[in-house]
Write a protein that binds this ligand. Structure first.
Ligand code: SF4
Ligand code: SF4
Length: 717
């Protein structure tokens, strides 16, 4: 990963008396260091990638403090890392994207939660739910409930978020329960400030190591018969201890309102949106002071029944705001009120939607009937009008256009080395027929969108080959599984390749070897080109992925007998290799490695080198492709085969033709796919390749001058 986080790392060094300004996720990172964390690990994924990326690059600071940082191979290995806190008084933090990462980590989390921890164990999850989310929509809350873990959901205010990190370690130690800190996308990116403390070097660290391992203690194993005792400890001791800590330290916040007998219980993470929604009713002022009484749950699991009941007693009505389904918190509150015979009317999912993000507008909509019933003196029609106006404004935008605006799904970067493989796959299927395609998580999942529409299912990160095991024997044609190198190392090697070899599966696996886990921010993996390769190739424009052969040697070592490596930009060769894989008499797993360095990383590598050449006045050549509009026949086959955003259409300059012609706009990086596709698919000969030379040599200037004269002479003739 060549993105530099040097500014962020400086922020991590701030000490007592200094004020931190910045994003929520970086504040969390700083809070870990202020808490005396001994080890940090995780697996990247939005919206928490930043935490690990910054830690990985802050090697010098981590070494000074004695903090160990591990870039884990997946979330399961990150969760297992917390096992260090079972025996030892070590504070540890790991991070990943949830729900998917928590699913992967769940086995280790169960085995961690059963014996419990003595050192504070904190899991920072990016709750990727709602608008802008990139994964299946489920809640982490279920894991906290089933494994008896503390779940913190801090109010999106940097000072509160930082405090909850520190309290997360303490409550974990007080209750022996691992703690999860849940951060929604907006909380990760909320900006603000907080007063810093000095970073705390942990007592035990890479600088101060234990002389001896812990004594053997069977009770620390997650293994019967002691697991039966663990189960009882959870309800008898750990959860009560956590509840005591929540109360003693005031982790949840009560804001008494002017209208004291109407209350809202809200997940901490939704607080800011709630205040904004209340402002629409005039029920909160510009400084965020609510007229209704609020119970803000910075800890949503476990709830403290006495405290919740005390908040509800004497209120005419209480609304629970809980995002997503099922409504775990609301059900628990209903039960605890019923058991205490508290008769306060309780609302929640009866007024608000079960699914989807609780944005300000969604909250405002749900608040209307609640306010009408319990705060009747407050007019709700202005809010209803505001919502209606918003809807009308949105509806009016497409109406401005003659035709509906085309959808703009995310897609491959311009010049992405993965796009050509999908062109080749499209061409290969024209010959062998359509095949069942098991897709996967990663940039290559963009191949499921137009113009490729390649992929029948996605079962999880690195799971494509495993997910084809049931389909493959039912198909006359071989199935294709697509996986990136990130997915291969995350899970695919074991769950897919090993299983396919064991069972003698006769299918095709296509591995994109672009050198990084690109979709999560181009983090490094074991098959990333190393620094020596980068140094050696600093002045070369070629792909670097072939310098690292770890995937190939691993597959051969495992027993893969049919293995081909093809550079992604050789479309015709890729097409014929795929056809060979689909039709070969070889009975067994066939692996095609599509090799081509992630364009983002390549650009980061070569841009400074090109800038240096230009600064020194040296020759630099850039390649661009274009379409000769007089030759283009307007059938757009090139666009259907490429999908590159810079290959688009424009009005036909010929007044006698109505079909728009293809055109290449600014932004083309000259990746060469246009030429490769034209050749492989025998498209019309309208593409041309232009070399733009800066600081040309004398003979190039001379040649250019001669060419110019000849062209002008021909034009005059
Ligand atoms: S990040 Fe890299 S691999 Fe992903 S779409 Fe962009 S160029 Fe392709
Ligand atoms: S050569 Fe073609 S595919 Fe490549 S960047 Fe340019 S327009 Fe896009």
């Amino acid at each position: 990963m060549e993105v530099s986080f040097s500014k962020e790392i400086e922020q991590l060094r701030l000490g007592a008396g200094a004020t931190f300004h910045g994003e929520g996720i970086l504040a969390i990172t700083k809070a870990l260091l202020q808490s005396g964390v001994s080890y940090v690990g995780g697996y990247q994924g939005a919206p928490v990638s930043h935490l690990l990326d910054v830690m990985v690059q802050a090697k010098a600071l981590m070494s000074e403090l004695g903090v160990h940082v591990e870039a884990c191979s997946n979330e399961a290995s990150a969760a297992a890392m917390l096992g260090a806190s079972i025996h030892y008084p070590l504070r540890g933090a790991v991070t990943w994207k949830s729900i998917v990462g928590t699913n992967v980590a769940s086995d280790a989390l169960s085995n961690l939660s059963s014996p419990g921890v003595v050192g504070g164990a904190l899991i920072v999850v990016g709750e990727d739910y709602g608008e802008g989310a990139s994964v299946i929509q489920e809640r982490t809350h279920a894991y906290a409930l089933k494994s008896s873990m503390v779940l913190l959901d801090p109010r999106p205010d940097l000072a509160v978020m930082v405090r909850m990190v520190e309290e997360g370690f303490r409550i974990s130690e007080a209750s022996n329960m691992p703690a999860i800190l849940e951060l929604r996308i907006r909380a990760c990116h909320v900006r603000g400030s907080f007063e810093c403390k000095d970073n705390l070097a942990p007592h035990h660290s890479t600088r101060h190591r234990f002389a001896e391992p812990a004594a053997f203690d069977y009770a620390k194993l997650a293994h019967p018969p002691v697991t039966f005792r663990h189960e009882k400890l959870k309800s008898a001791e750990r959860i009560p201890a956590a509840r005591r800590y929540i109360e003693q330290q005031g982790l949840n916040e009560v804001f008494e309102g002017r209208i004291a007998d109407v209350g809202v219980i809200v997940q901490g993470g939704l607080y800011n949106s709630l205040i904004r929604a209340l402002q629409q009713f005039g029920l909160a002022d510009a400084f965020g002071v609510s007229a209704l009484s609020l119970l803000v749950l910075n800890v949503t699991c476990p709830l403290v029944p006495e405290a919740v009941a005390a908040f509800c007693v004497g209120k005419r009505g209480v609304l629970v705001l809980e995002e997503g389904q099922p409504e775990y918190i609301e059900q628990e509150i209903a039960t605890l009120l019923r058991r205490r015979d508290v008769q306060t009317p309780l609302h929640g999912k009866d007024l608000l939607p079960s699914a989807g993000e609780y944005s300000i507008e969604v909250l405002a909509e749900g608040l209307i009937p609640f306010v009408q019933r319990y705060v009747a003196e407050t007019p709700t029609s202005p809010v209803a009008q505001w919502l209606a106006d918003n809807r009308a404004r949105r509806a009016a935008v497409p109406a401005q256009f003659e035709r509906p605006l085309p959808a703009r799904p995310p897609g491959f970067c311009i010049g992405c080395p993965e796009r050509p493989v999908f062109s080749a796959l499209k061409l290969a299927q024209q010959q062998v027929g359509r095949v069942h395609i098991s897709a996967d998580i990663g940039c290559h999942a963009f191949g499921t969108f137009e113009p490729f529409s390649s992929g029948h299912s996605i079962l999880g990160y690195g799971m494509s080959l495993a997910s084809s095991a049931g389909v493959s024997p039912m198909m006359q044609r071989r199935t294709l599984s697509i996986m990136g190198d990130g997915g291969f190392w995350h899970n695919g090697l074991i769950t897919g390749v090993q299983s396919a070899l064991l069972n003698g599966d006769d299918s095709v696996l296509l591995i994109f070897k672009n050198g990084y886990t690109s979709a999560t921010g181009t983090q490094e993996i074991i098959s990333t080109p190393n620094d020596a390769a980068r140094e050696a190739a600093a002045d070369k424009l070629t792909s670097l992925t072939d310098t690292n052969q770890t995937i190939e040697t691993t597959l051969k070592g495992l027993g893969v007998a049919w293995l081909r490596t093809v550079h992604t930009y050789r479309v015709a060769e890729m097409r014929s290799t795929l056809i060979e894989a689909f039709t070969s008499p070889f009975d067994g797993l066939k692996v095609v490695i599509a090799e081509g360095e992630c364009q983002l990383e390549r650009q980061r590598r070569i841009r400074p080198w090109l800038a240096g050449l230009l600064q020194r006045g040296e020759r630099v050549e850039r390649v661009r492709y274009g379409v000769d509009e007089d030759v283009c026949n307007g059938d757009h086959a090139c666009i259907r085969l490429s999908g590159c955003p810079t290959l688009t259409v424009k009005d036909n300059p010929d007044p006698l033709k109505v079909d728009p012609v293809a055109t290449v706009i600014d932004g083309c990086v000259g990746c060469g796919l246009c030429g490769e596709n034209a050749h492989a698919a025998t498209l019309c000969p309208s593409f041309y390749r232009a070399e733009i030379v800066t600081n040309p040599k004398w003979h190039e200037r001379l040649l250019d001058a001669v060419r110019g004269r000849v062209i002008r002479a021909l034009e005059r003739a």
